[in-house]
Design a protein around this ligand. Structure first.
Ligand code: MF3
Ligand code: CO
Ligand code: CO
Length: 275
């Protein structure tokens, strides 16, 4: 440590965990007040875009229409849609219908029908700060089993949120989520995870939605990350569409549902930054 640099109480506390052999976050993963305010402002756009989708989404609309809505809203509010050109992703939002797990690419040829379930995943950059959230939308009325999947996936996010406690561990989150999914006869996608977010789209740590309590990185106030469980009606296995290299689909082609928020860890537990 450079001379004259004082350790804060938080630094000392984290150091003590590290000395016990815990995996602890590096300093850049603990956001400053200024950074948190930036991510919070970015989150307002993400939430606003999803609220707009909630108002407008209906049968007969294409997923391209949803893309355009999110794109225009984001730009109008001074933001940048993070998915556009991200590692070659061609659109401004992910739209994942029925058996598509995530990373669905909007298309003018994909028309929403009564009974479809769709995840819309919005990530905004505002003044360099990233916020990431997604919701499920049901087009009209869907089957009872689809509705249960959508509801249980949402409960999984809420339960994961409650399981995340300051000075707990990343594994506590996945343990709680997997338990709830399994109790309801559903499975948890293992190939994709939540993630640190804020200064970049995807930061450390990965937040698995399955796992064991007390494992993985220590959760420290000031960390900002997503929880975004993908819950499958059937088997947890998925594949990536070979034609577009993006679309993630369930192997058994049964439906999948996902909800996501960006969270700030505080001394009192998680605060939602995309509410
Ligand atoms: N928003 C997704 C997530 O929750 C990532 C999408 S990457 C993209 O992490 F390129 F498909 F947009
Ligand atoms: Co995310
Ligand atoms: Co997302």
């Amino acid at each position: 440590m450079p001379q004259g640099v004082e350790l804060t109480e938080l630094d000392k506390k984290v150091l003590a965990f590290q000395e016990q052999g815990c995996l602890v976050p590096k300093k850049s993963l603990i956001k400053t007040e200024e950074q948190i305010e930036g991510i919070r402002r970015s989150g307002l756009i993400t939430t606003g875009a999803l609220d707009l989708v909630a108002q407008e989404i209906r049968a007969g609309m294409s997923t391209q229409d949803i893309n355009d809505m999110v794109h225009d809203y984001t730009i109008k509010h001074g933001g940048i849609p993070a998915p556009l050109n991200y590692e070659g992703f061609p659109k401004s939002v992910c739209t994942s219908v029925n058996e598509v797990v995530c990373h669905g690419i909007p298309s003018e040829y994909e028309i929403l029908e009564e009974g479809d379930i769709i995840n819309v995943d919005v990530t905004t950059i505002l003044d360099g700060y990233y916020s990431d959230a997604s919701r499920m939308f049901v087009i009209g009325q869907t089957s009872a089993e689809n509705q249960k999947l959508v509801d249980v996936a949402k409960e999984c996010l809420e339960i994961g949120m409650k399981a995340a406690q300051p000075y707990g561990f990343v594994g506590d989150i996945g343990y709680a989520i997997e338990r709830h999914a399994k109790k309801n006869g559903f499975s948890v996608v293992r190939d994709l995870s939540g993630h640190g977010v804020g200064l970049e789209f995807h930061e450390e740590p990965d937040i698995d939605h399955y796992g064991r309590r007390g494992t993985g990185m220590l959760l420290v106030p000031g960390m900002v990350f997503t929880i975004e469980p993908m819950i499958n009606m059937g088997d947890w296995r998925v594949f990536v569409d070979e034609d577009d290299d993006w679309t993630v689909v369930t192997e058994d082609e049964l439906p999948s549902a996902q909800w996501e928020h960006t969270f700030l860890m505080t001394e009192q537990g998680l605060e939602i930054l995309t509410y």
